[in-house]
Design a protein around this ligand. Sequence first.
Ligand code: BV8
Length: 241
Amino acid sequence: MRDTVRQWIREARRIAVLTGAGISAESGVPTFRDAQTGLWAQFNPQELATEAAFRAHPQRVWDWYAFRREMIAKVAPNAGHLALAAFSKRHPGRLTLITQNVDGLHQRAGSHETIAIHGSILQDQWLDAARPCCDAGALQAGRPPRCPVCGNLRRPAVVWFGESLPAAALDAAEEAANACDLMLVIGTSGVVYPAAGLALAAHQRGARVVVINPEPTELDRVADHCLREPAAQCLPALLEH
Ligand code: BV8
């Protein structure tokens, strides 16, 4: 079935790619729904990745992100990330990459136009609207750091559950999903919205949808084909010359 998908890729004028945590799995980054390890095993990521959790337990949530940042700093993009970046270099403008991941690995692999719809774990932002005293260059150190004048906290620049996605990124992602004639859905369980809705939109607009995932997903129901393979193994073969 890889040959059919390779043919669909060759035929496609515009390809949209939607990736999730699974594409970073072979780099050694546990997926969002993998069992959490060690200290974090007692917490459900869905409960930690919320503004309410951060306001209630700022140090705990800050430390969870610091732990994830440390882990991400030690890993590298894998063959799946690299194959997508190489394809875009060979076919400028034909492939639009949308990711739910916050780990920056697509960008490090060379996919510099990546639409990061859930933000970035590598940046911080103010928890409350910045006041004139809030200067990111003059923070009071801490877990989390804060404005020394008004106490405004720093938080990771990611989209938490219950928060809207950045409008410009979501608009660009929706435009790509509506305009593509092929969507590759890679390494996502298809549980989180509105990200998963992008695959439904592509399907409704008549695009072919291919799911690449070793496990069944919530999006298999709109897939024209499911490649039950790990991303780093199959993407180089699918996307090579
Ligand atoms: C919002 C950043 C609007 C933080 C994340 C309908 C419409 C709108 C909202 C909702 C809705 N229904 C429910 C909601 C609420 C909620 C939601 O979707 N909940 C789910 C759990 C039901 N959505 C939201 O809250 C969104 N906000 O819509 O706001 C709004 C605003 C105000 C008021 C009202 C409405 C915000 C969602 C964004 C949350 N932030 N990340 C952080 O990282 O800390 S989401 C988080 O989950 C990660 O980004 C992750 O990427 C994402 C999705 O998970 P996956 O990537 O799919 O990862 P997962 O572990 O689930 O699966 C991994 C897959 O990889 C598996 O299938 C596995 O088999 C596969 N795999 C493993 N190894 C490999 C592999 N695949 C390939 N190769 C391998 N080697």
